[in-house]
Ligand binder design. Structure first.
Ligand SMILES: [Zn+2]
Length: 264
């Protein structure tokens, strides 16, 4: 049994009858509509199902246990590999009906990354972009074209804007989070907060301003005019500032020691 601890469990009527699989990867989709309509559609309108739906606000619903197959990815739902029944987890995402132009919200990106990491840690497949339609890893519905072994029809799922986001942000962040020794999920802490693009931008601006201040009080060389790529630049800037602050702190302590106690 595998239920995601940070997903809302809303099982489909047929979920307990779905055949068992070992999950070897995850495939991301767009539902072309809202999470509520998707949930309703899967409940009543179809024999298809998806393991997860992620709403615009990042809420994750789990509809099928990931020890069982869900039918959203044609031949990838369940197949025999090395004598074992294996399949991919499917993740639908809400999109206001226009996934070609509607990017994933930053809450959806965070949820996708968190869910990808949980799936990989729980099921132990190789953390990579899928190289074939039967290989371990992460993919999106039309990664191998449409139609393909993953979809019977021509479509753009999860949509043009989202495919660009997937390659630029979702996949790199997923792989980075899986590699991180400190744990699977991008929650809490200043450096972890750098993981969302918006927060990276804010952090970059803050670091740049701090560099300018540090320069103004003759602590550091002037910052470059260009802010440069993130996050290496931010981390470098922050660690320089941190060193300066530590240095100032220890100097201050030495000065304090040298002064007579207050009140004398
Ligand atoms: Zn799809």
């Amino acid at each position: 049994m595998a239920r995601c601890p940070f997903a809302k469990w809303v099982p489909l009527p047929e979920q307990a009858r779905q055949p068992a699989v070992k999950i070897v990867g995850a495939i991301d989709h767009s539902i072309v509509g809202s999470a509520a309509s998707a949930l309703n559609y899967f409940r009543t309108g179809t024999s298809l199902e998806s393991h997860f739906i992620i709403d615009l606000d990042g809420t994750i619903y789990q509809l099928v246990d990931t020890a069982r197959s869900a039918d959203a990815n044609r031949r990838a739902n369940r197949f025999i590999r090395g004598g074992k029944a294996v399949g991919y987890a499917s993740i639908e995402t809400a999109d206001r009906g226009d996934p070609d132009n509607q990017e994933w919200t930053s809450a959806q990106v965070d949820a996708l990354v968190r869910l990808h990491v949980w799936l990989q840690k729980t099921h132990g497949f190789v953390a990579q972009k899928c190289k074939t339609t039967t290989g371990d890893g992460f993919g999106y519905h039309t990664l191998f074209g449409a139609p393909s072994d993953w979809t019977p029809v021509a479509k753009t799922c999860p949509g043009r804007a989202r495919i660009a986001q997937w390659n630029e942000t979702v996949l790199p962040r997923t792989l980075e989070a899986i590699k991180a020794p400190s744990g699977p999920t991008p929650t809490g802490g200043f450096l972890m907060a750098l993981s969302s693009d918006a927060q990276k931008k804010v952090a970059s601006d803050v670091a740049f301003s701090a560099l300018k201040v540090a320069h103004a009080v003759n602590l550091l060389d002037p910052p470059d005019d260009e802010k440069g790529p993130i996050p290496d630049r931010i981390i470098e800037s922050l660690s320089r500032i941190e060193k300066v602050l530590k240095n100032m702190d220890s100097r201050l302590k030495r000065v304090e020691k040298a002064l007579p106690p207050e009140g004398e």
